[in-house]
Design a protein. Structure first.
Length: 159
């Protein structure tokens, strides 16, 4: 990890590609699409856990902005994202490819959300890091147990 901005923006790009693959495949090869969605769901859930458990507290500690400010906005948006994600997940579990409306809504949310994180929040975190801070963040991310972001799709093959 060179910095928070690069690392998390690259994860956004990776997740975007998985979701685009899901959309491309869902009507042609639902089994393959389902695998892409499962990877996307787990990855996005992990990304949110990483932010809420590690990045946001680091920002709040440095700035004193707890319960307000950009991290509170991001948490609210995470809840909205999770709602759309759950709706799509329900369709995937039912092998129903007709999730276009929820997908559009999710992509609109993610686009605006990611832009704010990449242009405001991540650079602010990078600027506020002291010597060794980046290594501390990376260790904290690696220490989060997978159970914190495992989804039903990852217990056996439940999706």
């Amino acid at each position: 990890m060179n910095n928070v901005s690069e690392y998390f923006a690259a994860d956004h790009d990776r997740l975007d590609a998985l979701f685009a693959d899901f959309q491309r495949l869902k009507r042609a090869d639902f089994a393959a699409a389902k695998e892409k969605f499962k990877a996307f769901l787990k990855g996005l859930t992990r990304h949110i856990v990483w932010e809420e458990d590690v990045l946001f507290p680091a920002f709040e500690e440095k700035t004193g902005m707890r319960g307000m400010g950009p991290t509170e906005v991001m948490r609210r948006e995470h809840r909205m994202i999770k709602g759309r994600l759950d709706a799509i997940h329900d369709k995937v579990r039912a092998a129903d490819p007709n999730s276009d409306e929820d997908e559009r809504a999710l992509l609109e949310l993610l686009s605006a959300h990611n832009m704010k994180e990449e242009s405001i929040l991540y650079p602010a975190i990078d600027r506020g890091l002291e010597a060794g801070g980046l290594a501390d963040i990376q260790r904290a991310l690696e220490a989060i147990p997978e159970q914190r972001y495992a989804c039903c799709c990852h217990a056996a093959d439940a999706a």
